[in-house]
Write a protein that binds this ligand. Structure first.
Ligand code: S3P
Length: 162
């Protein structure tokens, strides 16, 4: 039990918070999305386009297991879908503590409007549909996120760098 996993919806701020937490705890920081990209030598966007989401989910799952099996402590920022596929959530809970970084839906939607070009899950959704799509998708996924060991409200977290 030497790992901390940060989970939450896209645009919750998992990478920023995870990096700050790792610095504070003097632990290495790992971004699972980056690990998949390095392993596949492609961007997430390219993996989704060329091999499809299922292939991405399998790579994400395999790399999560590999990470869990090494003994090094680390803070790991997961992708928004990581806890919602296969038995990833159970695996994370077995090997460490899982933190759900909870960010209000309206913040997620306004960030998504500006930054969604690198998120293949949201490609093909028009600006008009975005609000409804994210609301429904977020609500479906939150049932997984709420199974975390700890829930941190992103609005109440002060800057850990200080
Ligand atoms: C995904 C979220 C992304 C990335 C991939 C799929 C998702 O990570 O793993 O695009 O299904 O929610 P972030 O949550 O870091 O954006």
């Amino acid at each position: 039990m030497n790992k901390i996993f940060i989970i939450g919806y896209m645009f919750a701020g998992k990478t920023t918070y995870g990096r700050q937490l790792a610095n504070k705890l003097l632990m290495p920081f790992i971004d699972l999305d980056k690990l998949v990209e390095q392993h596949c030598e492609k961007t997430i966007q390219e993996i989704f386009e060329e091999q499809g989401e299922l292939y991405f989910r399998q790579q994400e799952h395999n790399l999560l297991i590999k990470l869990c099996e090494d003994d090094n402590p680390s803070v790991i920022s997961c992708g928004g879908g990581t806890p919602c596929f296969y038995e990833n959530l159970e695996i994370m809970k077995r090997y460490g503590k899982v933190i759900y970084l909870r960010t209000p839906l309206n913040t997620i939607i306004s960030r998504a409007k500006k930054e969604r070009q690198n998120r293949p899950v949201l490609s093909g959704i028009s600006d008009y549909e975005l609000n409804n799509f994210i609301t429904k998708h977020f609500n479906e996924r939150e049932s997984y996120y709420l199974q975390a060991d700890l829930i941190y409200d992103s609005q109440s977290i002060t800057n850990l760098q200080k």
